[in-house]
Design a protein around this ligand. Sequence first.
Ligand code: AMP
Length: 193
Amino acid sequence: MLAPMRIVLVGPPGSGKGTQGPVIAETLGVPYLSTGDLLREQVAAGTPLGRRVADMVERGELVPDDLMLQVVAAALDGDDGYVLDGFPRTVPQALSTEEAGSPVGAPDVAVHLTLPDAVVHRRLEGRAREGGRADDADPEVIDRRLRVYAEQTEPLLAHYRARDMLVSVDGDQPRDQVTEAVLTALEERRRRG
Ligand code: AMP
């Protein structure tokens, strides 16, 4: 039997990670975990973790790396394969998965969902109008999240490219076509071994 795949999704807010992630995870038979969803649930439930991260999540600032590693390790609870949406989000987070004995095993493939800036803004404005997420409603917070993405998350692309782990997929297509493109790219990777 093939080992369960470990996939991380990387892309700007609005690039479709939360739409594609669950479908890809179900197809591959591995758990899907969105760290943003997990943190928002903790905030809403008023747990100690939620209270600790509430301000950061609301403002679109990153939660400290070591705390995030613990949160993801606890959520995966020993599962081998995964589709992660929102983690790793910084190079230090990626490095923490690559350490020997890390509670979150390093991914096999990083899928980069690409999206032009103008489309990112349009999608986030649409999401804001639909309501739901507080951090989608405030233009200042949206700007901060895009800045944080450019400064702290985009360097992950070079990190994974240098390790030959990066696959880029055009996220500016109808959702089924994005899914198909991701699954085809993963299949190809798997064949290559
Ligand atoms: P998201 O739903 O992925 O956009 O995440 C929403 C918010 O949760 C982010 O703006 C951060 O405040 C926090 N967050 C989610 N994942 C991470 C992570 N891997 N590292 C640090 N903060 C995170």
